[in-house]
Design a protein around this ligand. Structure first.
Ligand code: AMP
Length: 222
């Protein structure tokens, strides 16, 4: 079986984080989220974190050179040898081109791109009600998927937080960034024939069913 190297794409609130957790558990590959990496750096107040925060809190993308350097280092680590799941990267064409170079250099080319498709009108309630466990990364929704005890993670009992960029204003900027800068990345991978499109407006179990099936088929045909 060759390595399961996956990209997951979709606008903010399309469910990338939720699906990534499920893929990570089922296929036992590291979930690499540039958003999570930036948030960790922000919490630790590192130089990278302080710099990234300025962009993230406005809903803007962090500059390419910083993001590419961070991912290059991460993809070279040993745990990516058997496969990896990239969530939220690449998000611009220069990132996509740099990524292909890195993937070829490290002998870890991409096998499939999962694109989560959703109506923009469905995003606001998902974003405003989203809660995140800072410790284990579990994602909740106060209305559709609440934790058993309000504000506490079911899995690890740590407090849940509301992301500083999960506001209506932030969402609108992120949608604009997605349409302007990330849509061309999808076209790029579509031309390479790597993309599967998934209707992400459905309940979690249904979206997961389709993704799991597609990834299992891919594994079976190796
Ligand atoms: P996410 O957790 O994927 O929603 O990302 C949160 C924020 O982190 C984004 O709105 C961007 O500000 C920043 N970010 C995450 N990934 C990237 C990327 N590949 N390029 C630039 N900025 C990013």
């Amino acid at each position: 079986m060759s390595s399961l190297n996956i990209l997951i794409m979709g606008v903010a609130g399309s469910g990338k984080g939720t699906m990534s957790k499920l893929i990570e558990e089922r296929f036992n590959i590291p979930h690499i989220s540039t958003g999570d990496m930036f948030r960790k750096a922000m919490a630790q107040r590192t130089k990278l974190g302080v710099l990234a925060e300025e962009y993230i809190n406005k809903g803007l993308l962090v500059p390419d050179d910083i993001t590419i350097a961070m991912i290059k280092e991460r993809l070279s680590q040993d745990d990516c040898q058997e496969g990896y799941l990239l969530d939220g990267f690449p998000r611009t064409l220069p990132q996509a081109k740099a990524f292909e170079e890195i993937a070829n250099e490290t002998g870890r080319p991409i096998k499939i791109v999962i694109n989560l498709e959703i109506e923009l009108s469905a995003l606001a309630p998902r974003i405003v009600n989203r809660r995140l466990c800072k410790n284990c990364g579990a994602i909740y929704n106060t209305v559709t998927m609440p934790s058993k005890v309000e504000g506490i993670c079911d899995r690890c009992q740590h407090p849940l937080v509301h992301r500083s960029d999960d506001t209506i204003e932030g969402l609108n900027v992120r949608i604009g960034e997605h349409q302007k800068l990330t849509a061309p990345v999808l076209d790029y991978f579509l031309k390479e024939g790597l993309v599967i499109k998934v209707d992400a407006g459905r309940p979690v179990e249904e979206v997961w069913f389709d993704i799991k099936k597609a990834l299992e088929n891919l594994n079976d045909h190796d």
